[in-house]
Design a protein around this ligand. Sequence first.
Ligand SMILES: O=C(O)CCC(=O)C(=O)O
Ligand SMILES: [Fe+2]
Length: 329
Amino acid sequence: MLETIPIIDITLLRTSSGSSTVVAEQLGQACRQYGFFYITGHGVDQSLQQRLETLSRQFFAQDAAVKLQIAMVKGGRAWRGYFPVGGELTSGKPDLKEGLYLGAELDNSHPLVKAGTPLHGQNLFPATLPELRQTVLDYMAAMTKLGHVLMRGIALSLGLEADYFEERYTHDPLTLFRIFNYPAAATDSDQWGVGEHTDYGLLTILKQDNLGGLQVKSQGRWIEALPVPNTLICNIGDMLDRITGGLYRSTPHRVKNPSGHDRLSFPFFFDPNFEAKIQPIPTLVESQPDNWQERWDGASLSLFEGTYGDYVLGKVGKVFPQLRREVIE
Ligand SMILES: O=C(O)CCC(=O)C(=O)O
Ligand SMILES: [Fe+2]
C-alpha cells in the first residue's frame, strides 16, 4: 500500500475559538508519525491564491536582466529579493531553482530594523509587476493568521495551553516567505531542485502548484507529497523539534521536478521571534533520543542553546555563502 500523508480539516480549529480537541488530536498524531500534513478548511481565499500564482509565473517568465533588477544582493541585511538558478545551496550543492525571497514588510522606524537586525526590513518588489506587492502582502497576512491558528492546535495536541507558543515565541513571529520556480529539467538529471534538508523554524506552510515533485522522508522511507487540490502542506521545523525534545521531529524533505514544466511553490515560514530564547517544554516527559546521526546536517538539535536568531543566522550563512559577510558579520 502506498503510504500517504494525512489530510486534516482545520475548520473547527479556526472557528470554535481555537480550541478544537478533535483537530488537535489529529495534528498531534500527524506530527508524531509524519512531521508533515495537508490541511483543508484553511479559509485562504482561492482568488488570492490564483492571483499569486499567475503573477508569480509572469515574474519568472521575464528576462534574467529584468529579474536581476531586484537581485538579492540589493536587499542588504533584510535578505530579500531575487536569486537566479544555482544561487542557493540548501544542502551544500546548488539547487535547481530560482526564487524571490520575501518577508514581513517593516519600515526603517521599526526597532529591529533600526538596530540593524538581519532578516528584518523592506521587501524588493518588481516594478514590472506592480500588483505583486499587495498580493504578496495579503497572502502573507493570511499565512500569518493561519500560523497562529495552527500553533494553537499544536500546543493543545501537546497538552499545553493553547497560547503556549504565542506567549513564548510567536507574539511577534519571524515570518519569511519565498516564491520558487523549479525549471523543467532533463528527466535524467540527477540535480535536486532542493536537496534533502529540514526547515529551521517552527512550522512551514507550503502552497504548491499541480505538478508535484516534493518528497518527504517518513519513518526512513521517501514518499511523494503529491498535489491535492485546495490544500496546503505543513511541516515541522527544527525549533519545534528542539522545543518538544524530539517528540515532533522536523522531517527531511527534498524536491525534484519531474514534470517537464516549470514548477512553482510558495513556502511560508512561521518562526519564533528573532530574539526568543529556545527552550524545551519542561513538562514534556516523552523526550526522544538525539537523532544527529540520521540528520542531513549531522547536527545535534538537543545541544542547541540560544535565540532563534542565533540558529537561523548559522543556517542562512551556509545556504547563501556569498551574502554571509554582508548580512551577518
Ligand atoms: O518547493 C517545495 O515544495 C519545498 C520547498 C522547501 O522545502 C523549502 O523552501 O524549505
Ligand atoms: Fe523545506
